[in-house]
Design a protein around this ligand. Structure first.
Ligand SMILES: Nc1nc2c(c(=O)[nH]1)N[C@@H](CN(C=O)c1ccc(C(=O)N[C@@H](CCC(=O)O)C(=O)O)cc1)CN2
Ligand SMILES: NCC(=O)N[C@@H]1O[C@H](COP(=O)([O-])[O-])[C@@H](O)[C@H]1O
Length: 201
């Protein structure tokens, strides 16, 4: 583990999640086990029913619901950016976050917002509508021979940012959406940690 100098401090990670936050849990575990020299300091969800909120609460990680329904008169993107700044986040990780991130948040965290996409990019399996099971359904429907995970920086467009790393897998002849989803999640658990090790080095 890198020795921290006097001016260094453990890097602080903010999470954006819409549902379960599986990637968030992977990162938190790696931080707790000192595999990553970082700490998860705050979680934001757009979805008041997100399981990720409960998980954060159980872990005593500050967690917030920020969406336009709850804050109809505020710029949601600015509100999220302000909160992550208040928590002195060094990085933001999108753990199954299903909303477009706007320019304010992107400019506040240039090349510091990281997303995990459950397919190989660039490809037709990225962009608007390509999230969660929809990605795997399209891959299976099109009889693709391979898929994978892409960890990338977030820019203004969906799934278009600079790629940090990719991991591939070959589809089996009897692959289903369920088996592919599970295999991609397993691959993600390796890719996310490898990507953060690269960033934190
Ligand atoms: N500016 C960016 N914002 C986000 C990115 C990004 O790369 N740039 N990545 C997404 C995550 N993502 C793919 O990895 C993704 C998530 C959601 C969608 C999508 O089509 N969403 C629907 C709404 C779905 C819902 O409300 O549940 C939509 O926009 O119509 C595409 C890609 C996170 N944000
Ligand atoms: N395009 C974005 C996207 O599809 N992200 C995907 O959502 C899953 C997280 O869901 P979770 O809420 O179950 O952790 C992850 O597998 C991630 O690749």
């Amino acid at each position: 583990m890198k020795q921290s100098g006097i001016l260094d401090r453990v890097k602080r990670i903010g999470i954006l999640a819409s549902y379960n936050g599986s990637g968030f849990q992977i990162i938190k575990k790696a931080c707790d086990e000192l595999i990553l020299d970082a700490q998860v300091v705050v979680l934001v969800s757009n979805n008041s029913n997100a399981k990720a909120l409960e998980t954060a609460e159980q872990m005593q990680i500050p967690n917030f619901i920020i969406n336009s329904k709850r804050y109809p008169d505020e710029n949601i993107d600015e509100k999220i950016a302000k909160l992550f700044k208040e928590f002195n986040c060094d990085y933001i990780f999108c753990s199954g976050y299903m909303k477009i991130i706007g320019s304010k948040l992107i400019s506040s965290f240039e090349e510091k917002i990281i997303n995990t996409h459950p397919a190989l990019l660039p490809s037709k399996y990225g962009g608007k509508g390509m999230y969660g099971r929809f990605v795997h359904e399209a891959i299976i429907k099109n009889k693709e021979k391979k898929s994978g995970v892409t960890i990338h920086f977030v820019n203004e467009k969906y799934d278009d940012g600079k790629i940090i790393l990719k991991k591939e897998l070959e589809l089996s002849s009897d692959e289903t959406v369920d088996t592919l989803e599970n295999r991609i999640k397993d691959l993600e658990s390796v890719a996310i940690i490898e990507a953060f090790k690269k960033l934190l080095a």
